[in-house]
Write a protein that binds this ligand. Structure first.
Ligand code: ADP
Ligand code: 5GP
Length: 191
């Protein structure tokens, strides 16, 4: 029998590529306990990533089948290229078990989740400035120059959307990493 009192917390974290979401989210989960929502994506796996841990890496056919089967809480095409989607099962199971579940998803995804689950706590991570963001994208060394340019160009639009849409409950500036992690932990605890 399910216990109606055991409701978890759905934390949605968005922010431009390279701002530090992955770094922050995993440390927040380590400190507070909780689960990372492993999205499905059609993007190619990088050397450092593990299938089923960072993402479920799938091809277009499987992704489309999962759409048709209604398995996604939300899905979106990001940077006009690859598809990304949050698997409903994992989120519902974690919430049912009273856990904190953390989604690292883009602004389109955050808007969909907020519409479907208004109690979701949505946080947008901002860079201290544009130069720093560009430096971090380069420092990570994951994408080629063209992909970095695409991601950087998208950042302004995402930040404008985040500021004006009303989708986000809170903003955290990731300048000093420790401070940003502390701030997000405090926000979650207060929630
Ligand atoms: P995202 O998941 O938002 O794309 P990442 O977590 O992959 O970003 O971080 C991008 C790069 O920036 C990584 O190399 C990470 O180590 C670095 N980074 C993250 N936060 C900071 C920070 N506060 N100061 C300096 N470097 C940072
Ligand atoms: P990356 O390719 O850098 O891992 O992720 C690119 C972008 O896709 C990031 O903004 C990330 O938050 C977003 N993203 C990752 N998973 C999902 C998802 O399941 N749904 C949506 N809408 N966006 C996602």
């Amino acid at each position: 029998m399910t216990n109606p009192v055991r409701k978890g917390l759905l934390l949605v974290v968005s922010g431009p590529s390279g701002v530090g979401k992955t770094t922050i989210v995993h440390e927040v989960i380590r400190r507070l306990g909780g689960e990372f929502s492993v999205s499905a994506t059609t993007r190619a796996r990088t050397e450092r990533e593990r299938d089923g841990v960072d993402y479920h890496f799938v091809d277009q056919t499987i992704f489309q089948r999962w759409i048709d089967e209604g398995r996604f809480l939300e899905f979106a095409q990001v940077f006009g290229r690859s598809w990304y989607g949050t698997l409903q099962d994992q989120v519902e199971q974690a919430l049912g078990e009273g856990k904190l579940i953390v989604l690292d998803i883009d602004v389109q995804g955050a808007r969909s989740v907020k519409q479907r689950m208004p109690r979701a706590f949505t946080v947008f991570v901002l860079p201290p400035d544009e130069d720093t963001l560009l430096k971090r994208l380069h420092a990570r060394g994951r994408e080629d120059e063209a992909a970095i340019e695409r991601r950087f160009a998208e950042a302004k639009t995402e930040i404008d959307f985040a500021r004006t849409s009303g989708v986000y409950n809170a903003f955290v500036v990731n300048d000093d990493l420790e401070l940003a992690i502390d701030q997000l932990c405090d926000l979650v605890r207060a929630r």
